[in-house]
Ligand binder design. Structure first.
Ligand SMILES: [Zn+2]
Length: 561
């Protein structure tokens, strides 16, 4: 008798849910049951979904049962393009995003220089010359000159990354460490900005950044292995905390080198990666071949769907703010320039051929309309040469400016537009100066036009370029309203359901995981985000104050407000 009772209780124990969320408005994005009040998760997967009564029997003494009190629960947000370790790094560097002037930045560096050891690099990120209240004095093309920075930090090299990640600003000590002088020529795909007397100003654009970054890497490399390891692990912890606190349960990393991926893999296998990651490989073509040889069959859903690596990242051009986006016609505010092609077409085509032969997704950064067209042309050529292999869901990252002639090609070729809603509203003030009003209206952040052709659009923030918050990005996607209250070409707005899909179903589609996540239904992963307000129905101005109340990954509450 006793063993029978034990046996029966074991059955109950086994079927009890780990987590039940009840009494909520659960929007599932599963067309067969769009809404429910309760959800039960056991063993990492959804086991029941329905009314409170339907799910009641899943609640056992060991179940964590949470009363949502009517709040909205949605499939866990999927950030489809951001930079994971950079998010962590940004937490341990000077945050320059809020600086109102160049002098503010110089003052922040002065304070840091007083505390730094002699020779230690001072790092910062997030400045944007267009967001300052006044132009720096002196200036070259709107950018500052390094003298002030060099004066406050004579012995410490300083490297300050532009918010876009496409330029750095350095002081004299860093120029010296990098071996850059008036005589140094521009490297291919980059520019060392010089003043009228030919001296470097401190701004290193696109590929020229690498001169200073290599000097930094050489110096960082001299630290002890223990020191390096500790920082790398801390960066992952900080990035994960930041994402989970904002409701993100899956993160698509837009390019990391093999050593970062191996570190993430070790954490996934040890059970210490609290967020799901899909990482695009960032390496040379030789590095890509070596990676494939060492990882036959790709890394798909390893460690209980914590880590996937089946994509490779390339860059066709730069960023619009720095006039590095590659355009079909010259910049309206710099008629001598059409921007930059930063990695050669031939080299990217080689990547494409390796990718298609080995079943890899290619994700190419393309912001200007010329870069988008060249990428579409390249994809089309490679697909045509490999019939039957065009189902790899190749992506164009950002796709910010698309010639009207190219819009329908995304859906035709099955190419995903991996866009960032928040870029439209934060870039808006400089888009019309750069492109002129006609191009801006026809080409810039045209997600409505893309959706009308049936294209897949995933959403994200490119963090740390922008805050990683899906709520802010959702708001930008559905309102196109800037910080100063203007609406940027409202005809291109997404509906709220489209924006939610772009952050869930479409994010999952972009990593071939639509049968695992992005919607809530029995058998799928138990990843859920609970919000303080119903972002599907509240007034526009209420969206931004919405808070993430719970983040659930695999049935475990990993963040609670
Ligand atoms: Zn990016």
């Amino acid at each position: 008798m006793r063993s029978l009772i034990l046996f029966i209780s074991c059955i109950f124990y086994a079927s009890a849910a780990d987590l039940v969320l009840r009494n909520g408005k659960i929007v599932t994005l599963d067309p067969s049951r769009p809404q429910a009040s309760a959800i039960a998760i056991a063993g990492g997967k959804i086991v029941a979904l329905g009314s409170n009564e339907d799910v009641a029997r899943e609640i056992q003494p060991r179940t964590n049962a949470i009363d949502l009190r009517g709040r909205l629960a949605v499939p866990g947000f999927i950030e489809s393009h951001a930079h994971f370790t950079e998010i962590g790094q940004s937490k341990i560097q000077l945050d320059l995003t809020a600086a109102r002037t160049w002098d503010d930045i110089v003052a922040m560096v002065a304070t840091a220089a007083k505390k730094a050891r002699r020779g230690e690099w001072i790092l910062g990120r997030g400045w944007h010359q267009e967001k300052w209240d006044r132009r720096p004095v002196p200036e070259v093309r709107g950018f500052p000159v390094h003298t002030g920075l060099s004066r406050v930090s004579p012995d410490n090299p300083v490297l300050l990354e532009h918010v876009s990640g496409h330029a750095v600003f350095v002081n004299a000590a860093a120029l010296a460490r990098a071996g850059i002088s008036a005589a140094t020529p521009d490297p291919a795909g980059g520019q060392i900005l010089k003043d009228s007397s030919g001296q470097p100003t401190g701004l290193l654009n696109e590929a020229a950044q690498q001169l200073a970054r290599s000097a930094l890497e050489r110096d960082l490399d001299r630290r002890s292995a223990a020191e390096k390891n500790l920082e790398a692990e801390r960066v992952i912890d900080l990035a994960a905390q930041e994402c989970l606190s904002k409701g993100i349960t899956s993160f698509e990393d837009a390019g990391s080198p093999p050593e970062v991926i191996e570190r993430l893999r070790r954490r996934a296998e040890r059970g210490t990666l609290p967020i799901r990651m899909s990482v695009m490989l960032r390496t040379s073509n030789d590095g890509f071949r070596n990676w494939i040889a060492a990882h036959p069959g790709r890394l798909i859903g390893i460690a209980d769907n914590r880590l996937t690596v089946r994509a490779i990242k390339r860059y066709m051009d730069g960023a619009l703010g720095l006039r590095g986006a590659w355009l079909l016609e010259p910049y309206s505010d710099l008629p001598s320039s059409t921007g930059l092609n930063v990695e050669s077409l031939a080299d990217i085509e080689q990547t494409a051929n390796i990718a298609i032969a080995n079943g890899y997704q290619l994700a190419t950064h393309a912001i200007g309309d010329r870069a988008v067209r060249e990428t579409l042309n390249l994809y089309q050529r490679v697909f045509a040469a490999n019939p039957g292999k065009a189902d790899l869901r190749w992506r164009i990252e950002h796709a910010q400016n698309i010639s009207p002639a190219d819009i329908s090609r995304f859906a035709q070729l099955g190419v995903i537009a991996a866009m960032q809603g928040i870029h439209a509203t934060s870039d808006a003030p400089m888009v019309i100066p750069r492109l002129g009003p006609k191009r801006a209206e026809e080409e810039a952040y045209v997600w409505r036009s893309l959706l009308n052709t049936g294209a897949h659009i995933s959403n994200g923030t490119d963090a740390p370029v922008e805050d990683v918050s899906p709520i802010q990005c959702f708001y930008a996607s559905v309102t196109r309203r800037t910080k100063t209250g203007e609406t940027f070409f409202p005809g291109q707005k997404m509906t709220r359901m489209e924006a939610l899909r772009s952050y869930t179903v479409e994010g999952a589609y972009a990593t071939f995981e639509e049968n695992l996540k992005g919607a809530l239904k029995p058998g799928m992963l138990g990843d859920v985000t609970v919000l303080s307000k119903d972002i599907l129905t509240v007034a526009d101005d209420q969206i931004l104050s919405t808070q993430v109340d719970y983040t659930v990954v695999g049935g475990k509450v990993v963040y609670e407000r």
